[in-house]
Design a protein around this ligand. Structure first.
Ligand SMILES: [Zn+2]
Length: 237
């Protein structure tokens, strides 16, 4: 199973073949895919599988990781092992998620550099993103200033690079793994996402090629969830 989006997030379709079927024909495992399996705060891609022999279409409604493999949940049974298919991504949704993901890394990095904030949870969506973070006190003006700094960084038209490093080498970069405990020992190579001089971390998500594609971050609201537990929502305009 090759996750092609890890190498090129701009691929909108690929040829593939069905390796395995589960759940009465509704769970499809392919030899390669362009559809993102949800994880790391980024939700599933939607898309479709089109069978080469008769152009029959199967909508992909959820993509997840199951037993270390990527599972495509489709709307109806009918595909069989060995079928040749085309895999197409709902690009409109995906591109919005790519912009959001690059924006999220940029803002998180500014929050960390300026205030020592650590993001404890995040959920990216097409129209908004949620950050949970640890900070004792905050106010709207202070957070607006951080958003402004993130927008200044995005406005510098920074290239976003993704590449792979051997685990040993990657782990020498301070702070490269944001959730250290979550890294399984069998992973020998880390995918690095580098946003200019603003952020560098191990990440499996899809990102734009340049921050000029992102647009502008706009704070929607702040919430106080406890003593050192805060939440914010932002969107892109
Ligand atoms: Zn990420």
């Amino acid at each position: 199973m090759k996750a092609l989006y890890l190498y090129d997030s701009y691929l909108k379709e690929c040829k593939s073949s069905v390796l395995e079927i589960r759940n009465e024909g509704t769970q499809i495992f392919l030899d390669q895919t362009v559809l993102y399996a949800r994880g790391g705060g980024q939700p599933t891609d939607f898309g479709k599988l089109v069978r080469a022999s008769d152009n029959a279409e199967f909508s992909v409604v959820n993509v997840t990781k199951v037993d270390g493999k990527i599972s495509h949940e489709v709307d109806k049974p009918g595909l069989v092992t060995g079928d040749a298919v085309r895999v197409l991504v709902n690009w409109d949704r995906r591109y919005k998620l790519m912009k959001m993901h690059t924006a999220a890394h940029t803002l998180a990095s500014i929050m960390h550099k300026e205030k020592g904030v650590l993001i404890t949870g995040n959920q990216i969506e097409e129209d908004k993103t949620r950050f949970d973070f640890n900070l004792e006190t905050f106010n709207l003006d202070e957070m607006q200033l951080l958003v402004q700094k993130a927008n200044q960084a995005l406005n510098r038209n920074l290239d976003v690079k993704t590449y792979f490093l051997p685990r040993e080498e990657a782990m020498k970069i301070p702070g490269v793994v944001k959730l250290a405990g979550a890294l399984p020992p069998e992973i020998t190579e880390l995918r690095i996402v580098e946003i200019g001089d603003v952020d560098l971390q191990a990440d499996g998500g899809t990102h734009v090629r340049n921050t000029s594609e992102v647009g502008e971050i706009e704070l929607i609201k702040l919430e106080n969830k406890g003593k050192s537990n805060k939440r914010l929502y932002f969107k892109l305009k």
